[in-house]
Design a protein around this ligand. Sequence first.
Ligand code: ZN
Ligand code: ZN
Length: 647
Amino acid sequence: MIKITFPDNSVREFNEGVTPLQVAESISPRLAAEIVAATVNGNQWDASRPITTDATLKLHKFEDTEGKHAFWHSSAHLMAEALDALHPGVKFGIGPAIENGFYYDVDFGDKSVTDKDLPAIEEKMLELARRNVAFVRKEVSKQEAMDFFGNKGETYKTELISELADGSITFYTQGNFTDLCRGPHMPNTSEIKAVKLLAMAGAYWRGDEKRKQLTRIYGITFPKKKMLDEYLVMLEQAKERDHRKVGRELELFMFSEKVGQGLPMWLPKGTQLRERLEQFLRKVQKKYGYEQVMTPHIGQKQLYVTSGHYAKYGKDSFQPIHTPAEGEEFLLKPMNCPHHCEMYKFKPRSYKDLPVRFAEFGTVYRYEQSGELHGLTRVRGFTQDDAHLFCTPEQIKDEFCKVIDIIFLIFRALDFPDFTAQISLRDPNNKEKYIGSDENWEKAERAIIEASAEKGLKTVTELGEAAFYGPKLDFMVRDAIGRKWQLGTIQVDYNLPERFELEYVGADNQKHRPVMIHRAPFGSMERFVAVLIEHTGGKFPLWLTPEQAVVIPVSEKYNDYAKKVWEFLNNCDIRTLVDERNEKLGKKIRDNELKRIPYLLIVGEKEMEDGTVSVRRQGEGDKGSMQMQQFADLVNNEVEQMLASLK
Ligand SMILES: [Zn+2]
Ligand SMILES: [Zn+2]
């Protein structure tokens, strides 16, 4: 018999060799029908793979991240099988699960396969799924693996196998189709009930531009047809609010091939928006005792060797900048932390000075492969709303509470009511992996757990997800159409204070190491603005939006009066513009609605005589006519009330 420990810490005995699926069946057949995969002793595990030792067990349904991963990964195998059946001779690269669905990189040889072929592939996948066959795992030797794929002429697979260690290689087979894979997979193909192949793209083998370009086919699958239908509706909505599209329409930011891929440029309106966000955060942070600092965009290579960032980013990122001086090398900064560590050392620090809180809107540069770049969410240069807090171990909890408060304020001001956080802790069975003493780790982990509970944060706790240098808390928001985005993070660090030999003098007159906390509530300005656009569809809150009102004269005759209104409102600090174009009123209204300007002010004969404006609020319609001052008060009150509600 073996002992199985469940997530609620209850323990039950089973026969050696029991599978997670059998464990699920012993609980309820309905549960078993929904199980896609499992985690056994912290390892990803097939639901149908025997467990032979005492173990901790987590069962995963499709609803879990791990469940989706196994489901979609299995679907990639199924698509490969369908491609193999429809296009004999096709060669396979890699086919992983991704955040939403899966892809497979394939080499069709001389054949041209286009999106027109996708429906036939979907049909074939559903037909293969209905056979109701199991995904069977098999451990093979390296030689066996080489022979198997070598005989089939699968050169991409043999290249991958040649780099694997013998003894760690597994095959998965469904029906007659076998793939090289680590797994895990779902028990059976028949759970795949709905298939949609979403797109095709070119992808260089192993991301290397000098190697062959393969065809990447993206798809998604679901255990229910209804879930696919809902997903496709969501995709349509997502297309409408794609931040790249909205950003262009609202003239917020741009990219230029000439300047370089992945290097966003903020247009005037985007800059206004970003500056307003920065001002907002600066103000909040000042209240919480942060001090604003500025540091250069580059640093000596040795700085990042000391910090360890060179080992992490060096080879795969921007290469050192050389100067006329022999041997002198600088790097574009991939992180602001090393600079802040040096600033901490500017003068001796006493425990009475702590916490020291340095905040910087710090621009960093990290090289991403061109295929990975995406609008503002994946770029090569971005500005973090960064801060580093240097404190004593006893102060960690308090500092976490304060950062959580700041994040709450931001989510309230920007209307993200739905968010959760993940607490990432050490893997208790693998403590050697982490630096810092046991005592410090326990203190920090307890501080994060207690701070989150005290603040009433909805959290999930993941063991083994901490960085090697400290535990962390990550925030996820759900946007208006149900998508999840990772935003801010708070992270304890025992490593950098060690590497930079940071010290403070304690009450005992001895030298101690401070704890460092990295935190960025927005994550980066670029990513945050992207998420905000996707969340709001470009209809920003009134306090933030670049333009709050537009004056629309019904004809050119009233342009002068429109300008008078514009001048009045600008004097009242309301961001206003005039649409003087010689266009029909209906067109002007439509165009300005597309620009997501909250208030449209129509002016004609009557308004000019009375000194009024006729007010329309986007999404709410006609608000009647108002004196200019009355309208100014309306807008300013709305903004002030919002900002006051944050205090
Ligand atoms: Zn696989
Ligand atoms: Zn940092």
